[in-house]
Design a protein around this ligand. Structure first.
Ligand code: SF4
Length: 64
């Protein structure tokens, strides 16, 4: 499972980072970085929560 970010929608508010800090990081320049490419199974629930919590609908998951 991979994370897809719609950079047009992301406003770098860091909500996903709070839900899953192992997978998301917003840097000092307000840019979102993904810390994992393939989401390991132990992070899946946190990442799914981050996707749900994103107020901009900027995150999605793909099985590829
Ligand atoms: S929660 Fe959504 S809008 Fe906020 S930083 Fe994460 S992807 Fe961007």
């Amino acid at each position: 499972m991979k994370i897809v970010v719609d950079e047009e929608r992301c406003e770098a508010n860091g909500i996903c980072m709070r839900a899953a800090p192992e997978a998301f990081r917003v840097d000092d320049d307000d840019r979102l970085h993904l810390l994992v490419t393939d989401v390991p199974s132990e992070l899946r629930a946190k990442v799914e929560r981050a996707v749900r919590d994103c107020p901009r609908g900027a995150l999605s998951l793909t099985e590829r």
